[in-house]
Structure formats: structure tokens, C-alpha cells
Design a protein around this ligand. Structure first.
Ligand code: ADP
Ligand code: GLC
Length: 478
């Protein structure tokens, strides 16, 4: 099958969270399974600085493109995704992507990602390649099904192409004011574009027009159809409920396995856990903490309200004051969370540690070197970190929501079944309770190792999860 993926992120080229991991992991899987998958993303400034690494596609150079009143010119470069034959194609449009960060605010980004979307169609056309499936991700490229219909040439050319929109996070919808419509070349398409309630919402329009909708876990697929988690789009999602399926994300175990992870100095497996203690020692030493038998609680997260760390404001200082444990946190985001972890670091020197920023290597070290992984998310479409932590023998403490509910089974010490600690109600009491359970089990070494092994045995590989996408693609393509 021919599958075009168009997205704002694809690891390792562009990543701010799980979106990048999923776009690449799914595409690599499709390649392994014998499909012709191609990924389109922008040549961001940080990629443009290393443009020599990529090969220009000689028949897509200096292409003029019109979007409403705007005239842009772009070229395309390409390289395979690492460890794969699948090619990533980079839209090189310096005016829009040649400066600044990956994201620049909805207003700027609406134009930037509309150009990406339009260019993906044009490139397919110039390649003489008609995809069976055009798969777009999150609000950034959600207008793909709209552009397909809006432009008559494409409606003819891509007549057989079915569109799939994956919602990785309903919290971001790409909402801009109506004046943007003409900038995006859509002002002549009033019948096609839904402008209720008085703005242009990228995600809403994608949901309306895509042939199929997916989200990244079964529980989240249900949750987003409720007012509590629907971010205002639940009526529409209910109306299109027959088109919506939840498919849990896969994990790229080539990247995230304690047996082979090239980013960590000590390796281990469920059969031989000795490297895990060595990793704990290395992590503590690396951050200037003394070695200890006390449990190390790890955090790797975007620090936004979604991730639920407001629950730790009360609970972590209280626990650190009462019990012998360590907290090692990596993340960045809203200042109230950064401030909290920074103060914790100051207040409990040698016992709490915080690194503000994005650091992939350190993320691997924490997954491997911590004893417990904290993910008290308020909502979580899927979440990858809890699945990574399961594989690294670092049982997660999670709120029962979205993908966390689908991938972490509550541990029952009496039967030895389960993989982590799960609290139902999103409040400090719930989080405190789950952490208390975890710290008690941690003291029983044999039981703890059983728990670690249960999690390490779980398989969320793309080879399993990816099949569900292929089945969906097949159904759509007929
Ligand atoms: P989300 O996409 O909502 O941020 P996920 O759990 O799906 O949550 O994916 C997060 C991804 O981003 C993981 O690969 C995680 O390791 C990575 N990540 C998050 N914050 C950081 C950080 N500060 N430094 C390095 N990697 C991070
Ligand atoms: C989003 C979600 C996260 C999910 C990721 C990849 O960023 O917040 O839960 O795992 O996308 O699908």
C-alpha cells in the first residue's frame, strides 16, 4: 500500500514529544511490512543548518506555490529514516521554516503547516505517486482532507486516496480568527469549511472531513466523546463516532530497550537485572548524588497542566520530608512546574534533582536508572514514557486515564499480577495512595522484582500495534 504521512514532527529530525516518535515508528513499521510509506515534514531551521546531510530531490526545486495572497517558493530534500528504507521528505521553504523553533504560536503555525500540507500533495503529484492513504496528524496537518476537496485538480487526482486523521492530543486544535481563511487560500470555500463558532479550527475541520479518525488509545477514544474531555469537540466526535477508533501507540524497542540502548553505559534484561543497579549507581553519580538503596523516583515530561504535576506540589515535599527516597526530574514547560521542581532541588539538596530542558540522553538514563516512574497525568491520550519505563524495569505510578489506563495494569501483591500503580481519582490523595503502595512493595525485594519483570515482558512493539493501522488502511482502501 502507498501511504503518505504528513506531520509536524518525526524523530529524530523534529521532536518535542510523543508525536515525533509515533510518526517515525509507524512509518518504519510500514516500511518493514513492505508498504511504500513516505513522510513529509518541514525543513526547520535546526535541520536547515545541516542541509548537507540531505539529498535534494532534483525535480522538486524552486516550486512556486500560492496560498491566498501569499507567494512562496519551496524545494524538497530527502533522506531515509534511520534504520529504514522509508524516506522522509523535507519541505524547504526558508520564509516559513528557516528561522526559530518548531512551533511559533497558532497564528504563525497555521500558515506554516498549511503550506506543509499543500506541498505534500504537490510533491506526490510531481512524483507521479498517488497514495492509497494520506495520514495526517494532529491539528497541524488536519486540513489535508479539506485541501483535497477544495482544489478540484487534487479532488480528481487523489480521488482514490483515503484520508486518516490521528488525534494525538485534543487539547491543541489550531484555532485562528476568520481573517486567516483567505491567507490559507480557502476563502472561496465557504461550503466546505466549518467556521463555527466564529473562528477557523483546524482540528474541527479535519474531524469533519477525514475518511477515518483515530486516536492513540481505546480509552482516550471514549473519553474525547464526553464533555469532560472533549475540549468542546465532543458533540462532533460523538456524531462521527462510527469513524473513530483508538489504536494504542507502538514503542520503538530499537531505541528504547535496556538490553541494547546505546545511550546508557550499563545494559540489562529481565533475566539479568544486575545492570539495572549499575545504572542506578551511574545515574546518581552522574547527577552528584550518593549511592543509595532508597528508591529513586524518576520524571521525564513536558511540564504542562496535562501532565498532572500539580498533584506533586503537596505530595513530593511531604514524602521527601518523611521517607528516605530520591526524586530525579527532567522537563520543561510552564513556569509554575519548573519553579516547583527547582525549589524541590534547593530544598532537598542531594535528594531531589531537577534538570530544566529537553535532553534525550538524560531521558534514557532516567528511564534506566530510576526505580519508579511518575506519570500522574490529568489526561493522557496515550503516553509513551510509561511504556518505556515498563520495558526498563521502572514501574510507573499513573493516573487511570487514556492510554495510561490501557497500558498499565494495577499491581496486586497477593497474586503477583500487574505492572504498576494506578490511582483512579485525580487528586493528591490518590497520588499519595499510589506512591505509598509503590514504596511499600519496593521494600519487598522479591515481589518488586516480579513486578519489574511483569512490565519488562509487555510487548507494545510497532510490529503488533502497527497491524491495526494496516487493517484500517486496508478497510478504507477497499
Ligand atoms: P507527550 O507527547 O504528551 O509529551 P509522551 O509520553 O507520548 O508524551 O511522549 C513524550 C516523549 O518525549 C518521550 O519520548 C519522552 O522521552 C520525550 N520527552 C519529554 N520531555 C522530555 C525532555 N525534557 N527531555 C527529553 N525527552 C523528553
Ligand atoms: C501526544 C499525547 C501523548 C501521546 C503522543 C503520541 O503528545 O499527549 O499522550 O503519547 O501524543 O501519540
Amino acid at each position: 500500500m502507498r501511504v503518505l504521512q504528513v506531520a509536524a514532527e518525526a524523530t529524530p529530525f523534529a521532536k518535542t514529544g510523543g508525536l515525533g516518535d509515533v510518526v517515525s515508528g509507524l512509518s518504519r513499521f510500514l516500511g518493514r511490512a513492505g508498504h511504500d510509506a513516505r513522510v513529509f515534514l518541514p525543513l526547520y531551521a535546526h535541520l536547515a543548518r545541516e542541509r548537507d546531510r540531505y539529498t535534494p530531490v532534483d525535480f522538486i526545486q524552486g516550486v512556486p506555490v500560492r496560498l491566498g495572497p501569499w507567494r512562496f517558493t519551496y524545494s524538497v530534500l530527502t533522506t531515509p529514516l534511520p534504520q529504514s528504507d522509508v524516506h522522509a521528505y523535507f519541505i524547504d521553504c526558508p520564509e516559513l521554516f528557516g528561522h526559530g523553533e518548531i512551533y511559533q504560536g497558532d497564528r504563525e503555525d497555521s500558515l506554516r503547516f498549511a503550506l506543509l500540507t499543500v506541498a505534500a500533495f504537490e510533491c506526490a503529484q510531481r512524483m507521479g505517486w498517488t497514495p492509497d492513504i494520506l495520514h495526517c496528524h494532529d491539528w497541524h496537518t488536519a486540513l489535508a482532507p479539506v485541501y483535497r476537496r477544495a482544489f478540484l485538480d487534487w479532488d480528481r487526482l487523489f480521488r482514490r486516496t483515503k484520508t486518516v486523521l490521528t488525534i494525538h492530543n485534543l487539547g491543541f486544535q489550531g484555532i485562528v480568527d476568520l481573517s486567516r481563511l483567505s491567507d490559507l487560500g480557502l476563502d472561496g470555500h465557504a461550503k466546505l469549511v466549518d467556521l463555527s463558532p466564529g473562528n477557523l479550527n483546524f482540528l474541527r475541520n479535519g474531524i469533519l472531513h477525514a475518511d477515518a479518525l483515530t486516536t492513540v488509545s481505546r480509552t482516550y477514544a471514549r473519553e474525547i466523546q464526553t464533555p469532560a474531555q472533549g475540549f468542546g469537540l465532543d458533540p462532533l466526535l460523538r456524531a462521527r463516532g462510527d469513524r473513530l477508533v483508538g489504536i494504542v501507540n507502538g514503542v520503538d524497542y530499537d531505541e528504547w530497550s535496556p538490553e541494547t540502548d546505546p545511550r546508557i553505559p550499563h545494559h540489562y534484561s529481565a533475566r539479568d537485572l544486575s545492570g539495572k543497579s549499575a545504572m542506578k549507581g551511574a545515574l546518581l553519580q552522574g547527577i552528584g548524588m550518593e549511592e543509595t538503596a532508597a528508591p529513586v523516583l524518576g520524571v521525564v515530561s513536558r511540564l504542562t497542566a496535562q501532565k498532572g504535576f500539580d498533584l506533586s506540589f503537596e505530595v513530593l515535599p511531604e514524602l521527601l520530608a518523611r521517607r528516605d527516597l530520591r526524586v530525579v526530574a527532567l522537563g520543561s514547560g510552564e513556569s509554575r512546574f519548573e519553579e516547583f521542581f527547582r525549589r524541590l532541588h534547593e530544598q532537598f539538596p542531594g535528594r531531589a534533582w531537577f534538570y530544566r530542558g529537553f535532553n534525550n540522553e538524560l531521558a534514557h538514563w532516567i528511564e534506566a536508572g530510576a526505580d519508579l516512574f511518575l506519570m500522574p497525568s490529568r489526561f493522557e491520550p496515550c503516553g509513551l514514557n510509561q511504556m518505556y519505563s515498563l520495558r526498563y524495569g521502572t514501574p510507573p505510578v499513573v493516573h487511570k486515564t487514556g492510554g495510561l489506563a490501557d497500558t498499565v495494569e494495577p499491581f496486586d501483591a497477593s497474586t503477583g499480577q500487574g505492572t504498576g500503580f494506578v490511582f483512579e481519582h485525580f487528586d493528591a490523595q490518590g497520588f499519595r495512595w499510589a506512591l505509598g503502595q509503590a514504596l511499600d512493595v519496593f521494600l519487598q525485594r522479591e515481589t518488586w522484582e516480579r513486578l519489574m519483570r511483569n512490565g519488562m515482558a509487555k510487548d507494545f512493539s510497532w510490529d503488533r500495534q502497527g497491524e491495526e493501522y494496516v487493517e484500517l488502511y486496508r478497510r478504507l482502501a477497499g
